[in-house]
Design a protein around this ligand. Structure first.
Ligand code: NAD
Length: 400
């Protein structure tokens, strides 16, 4: 037992602790949205979500379970509570998921470990064999700055840099809450290669090889890999940068897997291009907190704002749940970023991007909304949570 009053602790803008009750409340909000989002009877089946504890992966798991009655197997890499240190947000999110799923009679299992490794893939195969059977839906939602290569043991690191030329952008200095200009030097070839090795398609291919080899993909199974494109304005740091090259590699791999799954199991693999949202991964990209603050404001003004749970529900309902036929773009991708990319939305973001200053961060952009959303990722500033009360930090995470 370790009852404590938890106040946010941060290093720079990043939080180094998390609030168990706040994380649980955030999960509960998404469960309610998932339940509301679907009136038709549950579809059933099993989904495997790789990267299931935060952001898009968690939302996908909640939508699969609570809106579609699917069994879910979740893979993630999270820090358990230990001594004076709280667990990570993803630890508490997953504990809350398991509690709620059990309460609702939803079958689930989780594996906490390195998804890039061969032993973890083997454990997932064994866990699926022992209790779940073939998977109907695989969602690949990993975001990681580092990968230990499963064959060589080399440590590979992803870089968030432009390619070919330096990139100068407005960005928010998150500590000082001021707009500043930063210049990021272009990546060298080694940084490009390592980023593609971490965030490209190699690991997804290995997952699908392992599942096909073990006959654990059901006939007609669907595989979804998450990607992002975004507007021209962020191209130098995102789509044409190191991370964009990794996403292109992921997209090429997914297209190859699609052909293979069609031939072998009458299945499919598609990329889903999702909208930009505030997550631990996205907030780390230079210029993106400013873009997210503008996007949130412009979409909210138009009644078009969506959280990851709404995107996950739309993905299932419109494109990939049993019986749904996906609408694909010319490159064969599902586009959940349609509202973000609407020309009127982008034109307004562009106008505000040009004129925004430190003084107008709260008028032209919703910087306070960005900060609140970011804090809520760690369970802080969640409405209805009494932060003056001690909470149990040693929350167990039952993996079954
Ligand atoms: P996130 O940081 O919230 O989640 C990352 C997940 O990966 C967590 O569950 C974490 O535990 C897991 N993970 C990381 N390293 C791991 C490892 N070695 N082994 C096992 N699990 C590991 O990230 P996110 O923003 O939700 O991103 C998920 C996907 O969605 C990424 O492919 C990202 O590019 C894509 N996407 C994100 C956005 C956005 O704006 N956030 C937009 C479009 C697409």
């Amino acid at each position: 037992m370790s009852m404590e009053v938890i106040s946010p602790r941060s290093r720079g803008f990043l939080f180094t602790n998390a609030h168990p009750a706040g994380c649980a409340a955030m999960v509960q909000q998404q469960i309610e949205a998932a339940r509301k989002g679907r009136s038709a009877p549950a579809a059933g089946g099993t989904s495997l979500i790789i990267g299931a504890s935060t952001g898009y992966g968690l939302a996908s798991r909640l939508a699969c379970g609570f809106a579609y009655g699917m069994k879910t197997v979740g893979i993630f890499y999270e820090r358990p509570p230990s001594g004076k240190k709280t667990g990570s947000a993803g630890w508490y999110n997953s504990a809350a998921f398991h509690g709620a799923a059990h309460g609702s009679g939803l079958s689930c299992a989780s594996l906490n470990g390195d998804a890039f490794s061969n032993p973890l893939k083997q454990q997932a195969i064994e866990r699926l064999r022992d209790g779940f059977g073939p998977v109907d839906l695989v969602i690949y939602s990993l975001a990681s700055p580092v990968r230990t290569h499963p064959d060589t043991g080399a440590t590979l690191r992803s870089a968030l840099k432009p390619v070919g030329a330096p990139y100068t952008t407005k960005t928010i200095d998150l500590d000082k809450e001021q707009l500043v200009e930063v210049t990021i030097e272009p990546a060298n070839q080694d940084e490009i290669d390592q980023t593609v090795a971490v965030m490209g398609g190699d690991d997804l291919r290995r997952w699908i090889d392992a599942l096909l080899g073990a006959k654990l993909l059901a006939r007609g199974a669907r595989v979804i890999a998450y990607s992002y494109i975004g507007p021209q304005m962020t191209f130098p740091i995102y789509r044409s940068g190191t991370i964009g090259l990794a996403k292109e590699d992921l997209e090429r791999t997914t297209a190859e897997l699609d052909r293979r799954l069609q031939a072998e199991i009458n299945g499919n693999a598609w990329v889903s291009v999702n909208k930009a949202v505030v997550t631990q991964a996205s907030a780390a990209i230079p210029g993106v907190p400013l873009y997210l603050s503008l996007l949130h404001s412009v979409l909210t003004d138009r009644g078009l704002e969506e959280q990851p749970i709404h995107q996950a529900l739309r993905l299932l309902e419109d494109h990939v749940a049993a019986g749904a036929t996906p609408t694909l773009d010319a490159e064969g991708r599902i586009r959940l970023d349609d509202r973000e990319m609407q020309s009127d939305v982008q034109a307004e973001i562009d106008r505000r991007w040009q004129r925004v200053t430190s003084e107008s961060l709260r008028a032209d952009a919703d910087f306070d909304g960005f900060k609140t959303e970011f804090r809520r990722l760690f369970g802080f500033e969640v409405p209805g949570v009494d932060y003056s009360k001690p909470v149990e930090t040693e929350v167990p995470l039952p993996l079954d």
